[in-house]
Design a protein around this ligand. Structure first.
Ligand SMILES: Cc1cc2nc3c(=O)[nH]c(=O)nc-3n(C[C@H](O)[C@H](O)[C@H](O)COP(=O)(O)OP(=O)(O)OC[C@H]3O[C@@H](n4cnc5c(N)ncnc54)[C@H](O)[C@@H]3O)c2cc1C
Length: 426
C-alpha cells in the first residue's frame, strides 16, 4: 500500500513539503488542505499588489494544474477542525475525514486584532489586517478610496502598510508605541533613516503613541484613532499589524505540544507526537545555531523547513520509525524591504541578544549587529547589503567575535584580519 502524507496549509512551507515528498516518493498519496480559496501565491508580493504596482497574475505561484501534474490532491476552502492522533485522522469543517501515515502542520498564523486587547471598535469597517491575498485586495481598494490613513504596529508588516499608503498617495499617521520604528531590532539612529523615508512618502511617524480606542461614524466606519495620550487622529482607513496568533486551535485536544510561539519541534521538525511534523512560521523549533528554541518568520526559512520536514517524513516512514540520519534544519533567515530608495535587510535574530554594535555610514547607510554569548545572532543592514554573506557565515560558524566590534563595523569587513583576531574553532 502506498504511503499517505497529509499536509495542512498550502503556504510556502506546506507547498514546498508537498513538492519534496513527490520528489522523494513517486508513489505516495499526498493531500494538501487549505482553508484559503486559492493555491500557493507569493505572500511577499501581495504588498506590491496592494500598492497598485503588480497585477494579480505574477503573484500566483501555483495554478491548480501544478498539483494535478504531480498527482497531489489539493483541497481548497477546507478548514481542519480536529486531529485524532490515536487513529491518525484529521477532520474538516465539512465532516470529511482524512487518514494519514504522516501529517505535516504548516498552518502559519493569523494577524492579531486590537480587539483582543479590549480596544473599542477594533474590527470596525475600514480597519484592515494584513496576511492573505484577500486582505491585500481589501487594503488596495480601501486605501484607494480613503482620504486619511492610520497605521498601527511598528514592525515589518506595519512598514508595508506605510509603503502602500505612500504608493497610493494616501496621507497617514503611523502610531508607534515606542520612540522609534522596530525598536527591538534598530536603534533610533538607524530607525530615523526609515522615518525620514516614510515622511517623504506622506506618512508621519508618531512616537510614544498607539491606540486606546477607535471611533466610528454613524455607519460603523472607522473615523479616528485616539491614542493613550488622548490625541485624536482622524482617518477613514486604518491598517493594523501588531503580530500573529498561531493557528493551532485544531490541536488543542491533542497531546501535540504548543505554546504562544506555535508548535514545539526539534531540529528535525518532528513534534512530540509520533507521525506529526510541523514547518514554517508555526514552528517553535530547536535552533542548532542558537543552541536554544527559536522562531523564524520569513519566506526562505518556511520553504526550507517544509523541505526538511518532508524529507524526514518520507525517511521515517520508510524505516518504520525515526531514521538514524535525519535532515537537520540549520538556517540563517533573511527578510528584505524594498520600499525606499535604499535597500534594507534584516537577518538571523536581530531582536534578541545580550550585546550589540551599530554604526552610521551616511544619511542612508547604517548597520547593527546583535550578539549573544559573544556570537553574532542577527543584524540589520540599511543602505549597503554587501557584507551580508560575511555576517551570515559568521553566524553559521558560531564564531565568537563580539570582542572585535571595530573590525565588524568597518565598511568592508576584512575577514583575514578577523580570522587572525578570532580564529575559527577546529
Ligand atoms: C504582507 C506580508 C509581507 C511579507 N514580506 C516578507 C518579506 O519581504 N520577506 C520574507 O522573508 N517574509 C515576508 N513575509 C513573511 C512570509 O510571507 C511568511 O513567513 C511565510 O509566508 C510563512 O509561510 P508558511 O507556509 O509558514 O505560512 P502561511 O503562508 O501563513 O500559510 C499557512 C496556511 O495555512 C492555512 N491554514 C491555517 N489554519 C488552517 C486550518 N485549520 N485548516 C486549513 N488551512 C489552514 C492558512 O490559511 C494559510 O494558507 C511577509 C508576510 C506578509 C503577510
Amino acid at each position: 500500500m502506498s504511503a499517505s502524507h497529509v499536509i495542512i496549509g498550502d503556504g510556502i512551507a506546506g507547498s514546498s513539503a508537498a513538492e519534496t515528498i513527490r520528489e522523494e516518493d513517486p508513489d505516495a498519496d499526498i493531500t494538501v488542505i487549505t482553508d484559503e480559496g486559492e493555491a500557493l501565491y507569493n505572500r511577499i508580493l501581495i504588498k506590491e499588489f496592494a500598492k497598485g504596482k503588480l497585477p494579480e497574475a505574477p503573484i500566483s505561484i501555483h495554478e491548480p494544474e501544478w498539483y494535478e501534474e504531480r498527482d497531489i490532491d489539493l483541497q481548497l476552502n477546507t478548514y481542519v477542525t480536529t486531529v485524532d492522533t490515536e487513529a491518525n485522522e484529521i477532520h474538516t469543517h465539512s465532516g470529511d475525514v482524512y487518514d494519514y501515515d504522516k501529517l505535516l502542520v504548516a498552518t502559519g498564523g493569523t494577524p492579531a486584532s486590537l480587539a483582543s486587547y479590549g480596544i473599542d471598535n477594533a474590527d470596525a469597517d475600514g480597519i484592515d489586517h494584513f496576511w492573505t491575498f484577500q486582505d491585500a485586495r481589501s487594503i488596495k481598494e480601501n486605501v484607494e478610496n480613503a482620504d486619511q490613513g492610520i497605521i498601527v504596529g511598528a514592525g515589518l508588516l506595519g512598514i508595508d502598510l506605510a509603503a502602500i499608503c505612500g504608493a497610493q498617495g494616501l496621507d497617514a499617521n503611523y502610531l508607534m508605541r515606542g520612540e522609534s520604528w522596530w525598536r527591538y531590532a534598530l536603534e533610533p539612529e538607524g530607525a530615523e533613516i526609515l522615518h525620514e523615508a516614510m515622511r517623504e512618502k506622506g506618512v508621519t511617524p508618531v512616537f510614544e503613541s498607539g491606540v486606546d480606542r477607535f471611533e466610528t461614524d454613524e455607519d460603523g466606519q472607522v473615523a479616528a484613532a485616539v491614542d493613550p495620550n488622548g490625541e485624536r487622529y482622524e482617518g477613514d482607513w486604518a491598517g493594523v499589524a501588531i503580530g500573529l496568533s498561531f493557528n493551532t486551535e485544531f490541536l488543542q485536544d491533542t497531546p501535540v505540544e504548543t505554546n504562544d510561539n506555535g508548535i514545539v519541534t526539534d531540529e528535525y521538525l518532528r513534534t512530540n507526537v509520533d507521525d506529526i511534523y510541523a514547518a514554517g512560521d508555526i514552528t517553535w523549533f530547536y535552533d542548532t545555531i542558537l543552541g536554544e528554541m527559536g522562531e523564524n518568520g520569513s519566506w526562505g526559512s518556511a520553504k526550507e523547513q517544509g523541505s526538511v520536514a518532508a524529507q524526514n517524513m518520507v525517511e521515517d516512514l520508510r524505516e518504520g520509525g525515526e531514521t538514524d540520519d535525519p535532515e537537520e534544519f540549520r538556517w540563517v533567515s533573511s527578510y528584505s524591504i524594498t520600499h525606499f530608495d535604499f535597500p534594507f535587510l534584516s537577518f538571523g535574530h536581530p531582536t534578541i541578544g545580550d550585546d550589540d554594535a551599530s554604526q552610521k555610514y551616511s544619511d542612508t547607510e547604517w548597520r547593527r549587529l546583535a550578539f549573544q554569548d559573544g556570537k553574532i545572532v542577527g543584524g540589520v543592514l540599511i543602505g549597503d547589503l554587501s557584507q551580508q554573506s560575511k555576517f551570515k557565515r559568521l553566524i553559521r560558524e558560531e564564531r565568537e567575535v563580539a570582542q572585535h566590534k571595530e573590525l565588524l563595523m568597518e565598511e568592508d569587513v576584512d575577514m583575514d584580519k578577523l580570522e587572525e583576531a578570532a580564529p575559527k574553532p577546529e
